[in-house]
Each structure stands twice: as structure tokens, then as C-alpha cells.
Design a protein around this ligand. Structure first.
Ligand SMILES: Nc1ncnc2c1ncn2[C@@H]1O[C@H](COP(=O)(O)OP(=O)(O)OP(=O)(O)O)[C@@H](O)[C@H]1O
Length: 235
């Protein structure tokens, strides 16, 4: 494993296919790309083009058939399952379309969850949760259950949970896909804030073209390749 201070994401000649019945369905064939620290990349493409798969590969929850993926020089394929789990909890936060919050836990308890895997003491965890809930504007809702929050508020909890352990990389799969325009824009502004103020690297899959204005660049994926790239004027 190479020790490195940055978290540049590199895909080199990545191939991936899934078995469907007796046939192999190729998703990516020798895909190569680099995402630097502090980038905010939107990924668009038709349904089934592999957008979620890219996030899963970079987050180390799915494996490649050929090539290599490295983050800050660490080659994901060289780690065993437990090393990968540890690496993931330190380096990557996931944000989901339907929030994936624990329904029986309060907003604060949901945000604290990933911190239980760290060496932080109970009081350090409490402090961290308070700070992050303040950043996402939910201090007043800390004790509320997800069912007592709006969709936009639930997604704020999801984002707070994703950044709780201070990972460099945020992988967001349709983070505004279940929200109305106003709530969606507020969530996109929050992601932009995390990118510009805290320098988080953000990779966001979206079907919504107007969301891409918040990213620094947009990659269009089709038939296993990035067919186009646009540099965005940030919103
Ligand atoms: N675990 C799996 N086993 C078999 N096939 C899979 C698996 N995961 C994804 N696929 C297939 O791989 C292709 C890419 O899936 P992926 O979810 O990455 O697409 P997507 O671009 O995110 O689609 P959508 O926009 O509909 O969410 C699809 O054809 C999908 O059916």
C-alpha cells in the first residue's frame, strides 16, 4: 500500500461486467479517468449505463474484473475485506436517493452511527455530531426521528452522516432524486458548500440536468464510456 496525503481517484483500464443468466453483460471496458481532490463531478447518462456501478467501484463495495482503481495511491483491489471496510469508513461517505436512515434512531443518533466505528470518545462524538448538525442547519431537529422530518431535512441528515467521520470523498447517488425543486436546490447548495469550504471531493450521479450546474464538471456516460465532458459555470 502506498502512503499518500492526497485522495486522488484513479481508474486505469477498468473493465467490469455482470453475469446475467449464462451471458456476461459488459458495463465498462478499459475505462480510465482521474478525479482530483476537491473536484465536484456530476455524472449523467442513460438508465443502466453504469452510473451507480462507478460509485460502488470507487467506494470499494463492488469489484472490478480488470484494471486498477486507486485512491491516494492505495489500490483498492489489494486490500482484503476487513482492510477495505476500515479504509471505506475513513475515506468515503455515501449519500443515497432515499436517505437510508435508521427509522428508530433520531437525527443525531443517525449521524453518530459511523462514529461508533472510530476511536472517538462519547463526548467527542457528541461534539462532532453537534458541529455537523449545525453545518447542515438541523440543530433544532437533532432529537427528531426521520419520520418527523421532511425529505430535504432527511437528506441533510444523510449528508451529515456521510461526512461525520470526515472522509475526503462523498459519493452521492441521485441525492435530490426524491425532492422537490426548492429542497433539491438547498441540498445541492449544501453539497457545494462542503466542496468549496471543506474541499470535499464529490461525485454525484444525477438524472437532473439543472443539478449539474452546482458541480465543477459533468461527465456523460454511455455504453461503458465517458462520451463527453462539460466544464460548468458553478451555480
Ligand atoms: N449486482 C448486479 N448484478 C447484475 N447486474 C447488475 C448488478 N448491478 C448492476 N447491474 C446491471 O449493470 C448495469 C448498470 O447498472 P447501474 O445501476 O450502474 O446503472 P445506472 O446508470 O446507475 O442506472 P439507473 O440510472 O437506472 O440507476 C444495468 O444493466 C444493471 O442491470
Amino acid at each position: 500500500m502506498t502512503i499518500s496525503n492526497n485522495s486522488t481517484i484513479e481508474l486505469r483500464g477498468v473493465s467490469k461486467s455482470y453475469q446475467r443468466g449464462k451471458s456476461k453483460v459488459p458495463i465498462f471496458d478499459e475505462l480510465t479517468m482521474t478525479i482530483e481532490d476537491g473536484d465536484f463531478v456530476a455524472i449523467m447518462g442513460p438508465s443502466g449505463s453504469g452510473k451507480s456501478t462507478i460509485l460502488n467501484l470507487i467506494g470499494g463495495i463492488d469489484t472490478i474484473d480488470a484494471g486498477a482503481i486507486s485512491v491516494g495511491g492505495t489500490v483498492l483491489g489489494n486490500m482484503n475485506e476487513s482492510a477495505l471496510t476500515r479504509w471505506r469508513s475513513n475515506h468515503v461517505g455515501f449519500v443515497f436517493q432515499f436517505y437510508n436512515l435508521m427509522p428508530m434512531l433520531s437525527a443525531a443518533e443517525n449521524v453518530e452511527l459511523p462514529l461508533l466505528l472510530t476511536s472517538l470518545s462519547r463526548s467527542e462524538r457528541k461534539k462532532r455530531v453537534e458541529t455537523i448538525l449545525e453545518i447542515v442547519g438541523l440543530t433544532e431537529r437533532a432529537r427528531h426521528l426521520p419520520s418527523e422530518l421532511s425529505g430535504g431535512q432527511q437528506q441533510r441528515v444523510g449528508i451529515a452522516r456521510a461526512v461525520a467521520a470526515d472522509p475526503q470523498i462523498l459519493l452521492c447517488d441521485e441525492p435530490t432524486g426524491d425532492l422537490d425543486r426548492k429542497s433539491a436546490n438547498e441540498i445541492l447548495e449544501l453539497l457545494q458548500l462542503l466542496n468549496t469550504k471543506l474541499n470535499k471531493t464529490i461525485i454525484m450521479v444525477t438524472h437532473d440536468e439543472s443539478s449539474t450546474a452546482y458541480a465543477k464538471r459533468t461527465l456523460f456516460l454511455d455504453k461503458g464510456r465517458f462520451i463527453q465532458q462539460e466544464m460548468n459555470q458553478c451555480a
